[in-house]
Every structure is written in C-alpha cells, then in structure tokens.
Design a protein around this ligand. Sequence first.
Ligand SMILES: [Mg+2]
Length: 215
Amino acid sequence: MSPPPSFVLGVDLDGVCGDHTQAFRAIVARELGVPESTLGPQQSWTFEEWGLDGERFLAIHRMAVLEDRMFLTMPPMPGVSDALWRLSDAGVWIRLITHRLYANWGHAVAVADTVAWLDEHAIPYRDLCFLGQKPHVEADAYIDDAPHNIEALRGTGSPVIVFDQPYNRELDGPRAHDWLEVEDIVRAMMAEQGHPVQEQMPIGTDPARLRRAAR
Ligand SMILES: [Mg+2]
C-alpha cells in the first residue's frame, strides 16, 4: 500500500522566507545617497514611495543581485527555519517557489545564491521551483506576500495564506504576521483537509539540522 500523499505547502521566498525589503532598502539608500531611515515601509510593488521609477528600480535591482549578491546576503525572516523544520516533521512537503528569474540576466548568480542562502539558513525543502508568470504548482496550500500572486492562486481555488506586509493589507485572510502563525494556520489547514499531522520527531541525524541546532 502506498503511503498517504503529503500535504504540499508552496512557499514563496522574497517577503516570506527572506526580508527582501530590508535587503533592498540598504542598497537603494546607498545608491540614492540617503539614510536608510528615510526609506519607509514598502507600500507598493515597485517601490515608487522610495522615488524609484520602473527603469531605476530595475537598474538598482540588477546591481543588488549581481554586485551586492542580495540573494546570498538577505536576512531571513525570524523563525522561518525552525517553523519549516517543525512543519516538515509534521509531514508537510515543502515546495519553495520563487519568481527570481523575472529579468533576463544573471540567472546563474540568482540560482546559485538562492541555493547557498537556503543552505546557510538551514531552510528545509523538497522542491525548488523557479517560475515565471504562472504561480500554480499543484500544492495543497500556499504562502505568499505578493497581491497579484495571491489573487491568481485564489482564482484557481487554492488556499493561500497571506504573509503580512504593508503592501498586501487590503487582502482577506488567512493572514500570518510571523512564522509561528504560519505554522498554526498550516496545521489547521492540514487537519481540515484530512491530512494526518505527525507527532514531533527527535532532531535525528540530518546534517543541516544538527548544524543549525549547534548554533
Ligand atoms: Mg514574495
């Protein structure tokens, strides 16, 4: 008999696992020659409130990825690794989804830095999808911060948890303000969809977990 299928959780990276706004703010401040404190919370998808037009945004973003190696140095969201490990132990299949290849340059750096960052911060995953426009990857539930992705996914009938950010406040919940809340919502969704939530397992011998636990 085959084992029951895992509950697949589609997890976005920027603005959910990694603090994209904070990483990008430091670089924009340097490029504009202004203190970081003058660049407030991200309110729009293209950072117009920081005085960037579309062209300037793309130019600085390109520099951020290729020269500052933002995908390698981005701060992780607090608690993301622990929460994803606990969910993985509870039987969740973690499918990371990112749209980081939206520009037609720098794919080698973007992909390599993404994978190195995931290792560095001990973020567990079984699949890693670099996607273009289409956000749907056959998951049982998703977590995302981008209004256009959340709306597109919900349009296919998929449950989506909104990871709270200033630019997505107009969207309906479920909404998580941190990774502990993500964990609670996912466990409730698993129960609702009839997936068994496995008991917490001991830390085991996985090298990434042991490395993380030793920190
Ligand atoms: Mg995102």
